[in-house]
Write a protein of this length. Structure first.
Length: 365
């Protein structure tokens, strides 16, 4: 083709500009801010870059601008449905912008998070989205010294590094227990797994609510550091009723555990909710499809991700939010698994249709 190549054989930006029929400055502007070009020029440069296989040098651009166009996202799990919803919100909100998303999985390890933060910050990201508020002292120091906007997600706390969006896990747990109290339940067990800081705060909320009611009994709590699963929920519930057979409700730290408790109740022919009420946490899709349907604390995960990405992009571009800390609240979605059975007013076939699903306990800031 007669075009010059660098010694490494890499395509140069000047070649893209030549093929597209624009100046090198215009081609460079396309890769920095494509919206600044007309549709016709954008199409020509993009077509030329694709034809030549040109890949912009992000490292060189970072040296020139002191920042890449990468948004780093650190989350503790890539398989947990909770974080899948958050990521969907992040990707939807960033689509169409000039920023790309780079994911890292901390695997619930604050030391791994520290290592990944150091790696991200060395790459000069445009911004960071970080899960939670329980960073190590070293991670906290790195975040506070970072030369880019940062959003902490999934919860709220008193000392945000920069911006923060989430809800109070402690208050959400208290609301779930208050709902069970309203249904006449008193011997309420707690089932928890993995016990990361957010789950620990749910346990703290449970303990506080039970103590205030004069009903706290440490024997009603069953937890494990093992990663959560439906099967584990059934096993933990079996341990709980083996030592405390008089429980009348179970608050589960997440929905997988709640579904496991329901399956174990069915296996043991324990009637739900007549004998035992069940409440989960997060309100994943299957909670409304189980039989009976399962009560859960709904958390606004998609909105959390999309709002975090929007806040971050606007802050990167110099439009910082008026409220850097945003509490999205939560809702206790009441379903059949926790509602006090009422005397049947008609034939047995009307029993389930007479039970309404509602959003009666809400924390909307």
């Amino acid at each position: 083709m007669g075009r010059k190549r660098t010694k490494s054989g890499k395509i140069r930006l000047a070649e893209v500009a030549e093929l597209a029929g624009v100046s090198p400055i215009t081609a460079s502007r396309f890769f920095r801010n494509p919206e600044a070009l007309s549709v016709a020029k954008r199409t020509r440069v993009e077509s030329a870059a694709r034809e030549l296989g040109y890949v912009p040098n992000l490292a060189a651009r970072a040296l020139a601008s002191q920042r890449t166009e990468v948004i780093g996202v650190l989350i503790p799990s890539l398989t947990n449905n909770v974080f899948s919803d958050v990521l969907r919100g992040i990707y939807d909100a960033s689509e169409g912008s000039r920023y790309s998303i780079q994911l890292s999985n901390t695997r619930y390890s604050i030391l791994q998070e520290e290592k990944l933060l150091r790696l991200f910050l060395a790459q000069k990201p445009a911004g960071l989205i970080v899960t939670g508020i329980d960073q190590t002292a070293e991670s906290r120091a790195m975040l506070e010294a970072a030369d880019c906007p940062i959003v902490q997600i999934m919860e709220i706390g008193p000392k945000p590094v920069d911006m923060m969006i989430g809800f109070s896990h402690y208050d959400a747990a208290r609301a779930a227990i208050a709902h069970l109290f309203d249904q006449g339940r008193r011997r309420i067990g707690f089932v928890g797994a993995r016990m990361d800081p957010r789950v620990q705060r749910r346990l703290d909320g449970y303990v506080a609510a039970m103590k205030e009611a004069g009903l706290y009994d440490p024997r009603l709590i069953v937890t494990t550091a093992t990663p959560t699963s439906v099967t584990l929920g059934g096993a933990l519930f079996a341990d709980l009723i083996a030592r405390e057979s008089d429980i009348d409700a179970v608050f589960c730290a997440n929905d997988d555990l709640a579904l496991g408790v329901l399956f174990e109740c069915r296996r043991r022919e324990i009637a739900v909710p007549e004998q035992i009420a069940i409440v989960g946490f997060n309100d994943l899709e299957f909670m409304a499809s189980s039989v009976p349907t399962l009560t859960s604390v709904r958390t606004n995960r998609y909105e959390m991700g999309s709002t975090a990405a929007t806040m971050l992009i606007e802050a990167i571009e110099g439009r910082r939010p008026e409220q850097p800390v945003l509490d999205l609240g939560f809702t206790v979605i009441e379903r059949q698994s926790s509602q006090t059975p009422r005397p049947a007013a008609g034939p047995r076939t009307d029993q389930w249709s007479s039970v309404a699903q509602n959003d009666s306990v809400t924390n909307d800031p």
